[in-house]
Ligand binder design. Sequence first.
Ligand SMILES: [Zn+2]
Length: 164
Amino acid sequence: MKRENSFLLVLLFGNGLLSAQQLYEYSLDNFDKVVIADEGFETYLYTMDRLAAQYNLQIKVQGEGFRQADSPVKAAIVPPSATSNHLVGHAVDVNIVYNGTWYNSSALGNYSSLPQAIKSFITGCKNAGMRWGGELSTPDPVHFDDGLHLRNKTQYDTLYLLYQ
Ligand SMILES: [Zn+2]
């Protein structure tokens, strides 16, 4: 796995210090494409990669992870109430290939029919503190995130205003 600088670099001024906040491109051994994510999501991506290796899964990335809002309000002072961890680089959408079979959204949504390897992958992600979209109130079985907006709304809002 390796990490490269992505396209967006934001300089922060605070307490007299200058620091850089940026998105990175993560190339993971068991993912077919790079994922663009905030550094704070890195540990979760590494967990997904490690679990994929453990259970012999190939991760097929859908989209790029980080996403620009469809209608960004550049002058926003307060982020919109509609939250998505994709907007702050703390989510990724995936399909999963196991034993030659491709599991897309509808297949992943049929949890009881999934092979044990994929169930164990999902359980491992949850045990690491992630949310699986298949269990959200509006199910989105391809979606994995770290629930940043619930764990640390201040951090979510800060990142939103930086990246959008
Ligand atoms: Zn998603």
